[in-house]
Structures are given as C-alpha cells and as structure tokens.
Design a protein around this ligand. Structure first.
Ligand SMILES: N[C@@H](CCC(=O)N[C@@H](CS)C(=O)NCC(=O)O)C(=O)O
Length: 216
C-alpha cells in the first residue's frame, strides 16, 4: 500500500530540514519504506480537506490505505512498530526505545520550542531580552542531563532506535543557537546520526523540494 506524507510546499526553514516531515522521511528511509509526498501551501493546510486529516491544520500527516495519522511521534511509532529497523525485538528494550521517543518530544523539545517562540515570535516584545536567557538556561539543564546520560555511548540505549531518531531531530533544532556546541558529546551524537545513509537520503529529498520551489 502506498504511503503518502504531507510536507510544506515552501518550508520556512529554507531547506534546513527542520520541519517535522524530515523526521518522518528519515524513519521511512531507515525502515526501507517507499513513500509519496503531498506538498501543501499554508492556505491548503487550513482547508477542510487537510483538516479532515489533521485537526490542527499542520504537517506532517501519514496516509496508508484507510489509515490516516497525524503527530510526528505517533507516525514514527507506527512506522517503527510495523517495520524492522527502528525498534528492538526484545520487549523491554523496545519499551525503553519508546520511552526515549517520549522523552525527546515531551521533555527535551518543549524548552527548545520555547526558544524559537521567545526569539522569533515574541522577539520584539519589551521583555524578550530577559526571557531568552531564562529559556536558554532551561534548555541547558536538559542538555546537561542528557549529555551525562549519553556519556561516551554512540546511542541512547544500545543500537540506534526510533528514540535516537526523535532525540536527534529535536536537538537539530538547536543547530544555530550555539547551545549544542556546549555539550561536545551531544554535538557528536547529532553528527553521527546525520551521517547515516537514511538520514542523508531524507535530507536530500526535503532539500530538493525547497530547491525546486526556489528555482521554479
Ligand atoms: N506536535 C506536532 C507539531 C506539528 C507542527 O508544529 N508542524 C508544523 C511544521 S514543523 C506546522 O505545520 N506549522 C504550521 C502551523 O502550525 O500552521 C507534530 O509533532 O507533528
């Protein structure tokens, strides 16, 4: 059955692969699943046809036969659950990998998203200059704990898993902040993940969308 995901027609990140279709593309590449992409404008994302798939009018979505999913975490769990390559077979190791997926999106990602809000969305507010360092320190607290946990290991719990995929995707959002560089083992962790052939294919595919839009 053909898998179709949705992505931005014109990603605001200018091809840096920070939109959340990137993590879904990467999961599909890691598990060897071919897929189609339906590109959407911001206006189309808020129209009834897309709202029927995604109640909040966002990307990514995932369609496969009569199954339609939204939320990148749920989509990646579905892919990892159905196809080999992203979750261990051993039940306890599998549960731990899923735990890391939740830790990434529920514990590490929120302050990172707050930094984007504080800098970009609220950057012209009079209190922004005071708020940004507070948010940066909340991020540092998470990164320090994650860094201590990872130590010298390549991945969070044995072999590369959906937990690493999600954590790396969350950390990549810090790429221009300078914060990741304060934790060399986390910067190396992200670089190690980005060197994976599946990541490279996913990144190239989302970049091709931006290049086509900007030259076409
Ligand atoms: N929690 C959702 C967040 C989805 C999300 O924020 N998508 C962004 C792109 S990365 C979006 O569609 N933004 C446009 C909008 O919210 O109107 C997920 O993980 O899928």
């Amino acid at each position: 059955m053909t898998i179709t995901i949705t992505a931005f027609e014109a990603s605001p990140d200018r091809g840096r692969g920070l939109a959340r279709d990137m993590r879904v593309r990467w999961a599909l590449e890691e598990t060897g699943q071919p897929y189609d992409v339906r590109l959407l404008s911001f206006a189309e994302m808020k129209e009834p046809a897309h709202l029927a798939l995604h109640p909040f009018g966002q990307i990514p979505t995932y369609e496969e036969g009569d199954l339609a999913l939204f939320e990148s975490g749920a989509i990646i769990f579905h892919i990892a659950d159905r196809h080999a390559g992203l979750l261990p077979d051993e039940p306890n190791a599998r549960a731990r990998a899923v735990t890391w997926m939740f830790a990434a999106i529920n514990t590490v990602e929120p302050p990172i998203l707050d930094l984007f809000t504080a800098k970009i969305v609220e950057g012209d507010q009079p209190w922004a200059a005071q708020r940004v360092p507070l948010v940066q320190d909340r991020i540092r607290a998470r990164l320090a704990d994650l860094s201590a946990y990872l130590g010298d290991a390549d991945w969070l719990d044995g072999a590369f898993s959906a937990g690493d995929l999600m954590m790396v995707e969350v950390l990549r959002r810090l790429s221009t902040s300078g914060l990741l560089a304060e934790y060399p083992n986390l910067a190396a962790y992200v670089a190690r993940a980005e060197a994976r052939p599946a990541y490279q294919r996913a990144f190239a595919d989302q970049l091709a969308v931006f290049m086509a839009a900007s030259t076409g």
